[in-house]
Design a protein around this ligand. Structure first.
Ligand SMILES: NC(=O)c1ccc[n+]([C@@H]2O[C@H](COP(=O)([O-])OP(=O)(O)OC[C@H]3O[C@@H](n4cnc5c(N)ncnc54)[C@H](OP(=O)(O)O)[C@@H]3O)[C@@H](O)[C@H]2O)c1
Length: 317
């Protein structure tokens, strides 16, 4: 522990709250009380915070030196207002939330009541089980706090085994959008890819994808756009066209996301200087046609562009 023990209270004992409180407890901070009414929250308290008293949120707040507000993002403002209005927030107390999107503004009522406010977002996905505890090692925490709270905020992150990253108040939403785009949309992308492989007869879609996706992720994290391989960056319009025809016929529900990702990939390949704009044009046309085809009963890549443009496209072949 990097500083004196602080009594931790948690409102509520969800996936994040129960795990962070358990980790702070393991680091030497007593967990004085937890709030959670659903069966799931009660089960997490029993599993991760045994012997911690279950109290109403106001009682948790009154008992805590460090109050973790780990409620859904959209509830945070109401919970802060309610706890403050009821007089449960006191001067000098640390009030900490774990939302990525929110910064300090949502904690303003607590700050006005004299609390020391911190936004401390773990850039991690949580299951709400002990599995998460080891994942906190090296996890980055997006921190926003005033100068007076920086040292304690960093010490709490260190006690959790994490690494601090300071995020300016006005950058919180962009910071969170970046994480959500990467982590949440990755899940959709991978799941769609597994479904395509399953439909193609693969008996182990995840095992088939794992080595490829692991290498692609590692390369992208290390090299950015330079990691890109495949038909788009090669300008292989025929292969993209074949993909689109097949998806329209066999997996039409994936066409919209394939087209959206292909467009973004195409633009990045051109900007990166790896694909000539003139070669990208043909793929752009194919993607536009696939969008229209996916939105209409026809499932083929019928030309939707004027004949002159079709001629130009043919010429590009
Ligand atoms: N899940 C993640 O992977 C993750 C990762 C990083 C950050 N975060 C952030 O961490 C925060 C919590 O997310 P979570 O996923 O842990 O949420 P969660 O699993 O849905 O848990 C939410 C907790 O808040 C309680 N709660 C809900 N409404 C409340 C209210 N009005 N008053 C008091 N307690 C209330 C719930 O209690 P009941 O069960 O009794 O309803 C539950 O214990 C969010 O800000 C989220 O953005 C989440």
């Amino acid at each position: 522990m990097t500083h004196r023990p602080l009594g931790v209270g948690v409102v509520g004992a969800g996936r994040v709250g129960a795990v962070l409180a358990a980790a702070l407890r393991a680091a030497g901070h007593p967990v004085v009380a937890a709030a959670g009414e659903s069966d799931a929250s009660r089960a997490r308290i029993a599993a991760l915070l045994p012997d911690v008293p279950i109290e109403k949120p106001t009682a948790v707040a009154r008992a805590a030196d460090v109050l973790l507000l780990t409620v859904p993002d959209d509830m945070l403002g109401n919970v802060v207002a309610m706890l403050t209005a009821s007089g449960a927030i006191r001067e000098g107390q640390y009030v900490v939330h774990t939302s990525g999107r929110h910064g300090l503004a949502v904690l303003e009522p607590a700050r006005e009541a004299g609390a020391r406010v911190v936004a401390m977002h773990p850039a991690m996905t949580f299951t709400g089980t002990a599995l998460d505890l080891e994942r906190l090692g090296g996890c980055v925490f997006g921190l926003t706090a005033g100068a007076g709270e920086r040292a304690v905020a960093e010490a709490l992150v260190a006690d959790l085994g994490g690494r601090p990253m300071w995020v300016p108040e006005e950058m919180r939403t962009l910071y969170h959008a970046g994480l959500a785009h990467g982590a949440n949309h990755l899940v959709t992308l991978v799941t769609e890819a597994m479904e395509m492989l399953a439909a193609a007869g693969a008996d182990d879609p995840s095992g088939t994808l794992r080595p490829l996706l692991t290498a692609a992720l590692d390369n992208a994290l290390a090299h950015g756009d330079a990691a890109l391989t495949g038909p788009i960056v090669r300008g292989d319009a025929g292969t993209v066209e074949a993909h689109l025809e097949d998806l329209l016929a066999n997996a039409p529900q994936t066409v919209a996301s394939y087209v959206a990702m292909a467009r973004a990939t195409l633009d990045r390949a051109v900007t990166d200087g790896r694909l000539l704009p003139i070669r990208a044009l043909k793929i752009h046309d194919l993607l536009a046609r696939a969008s229209v085809a996916a939105a209409t009963p026809t499932t083929t890549l019928a030309p939707v562009v004027p004949p002159t443009v079709v001629d130009r496209t043919t010429h590009l072949r």
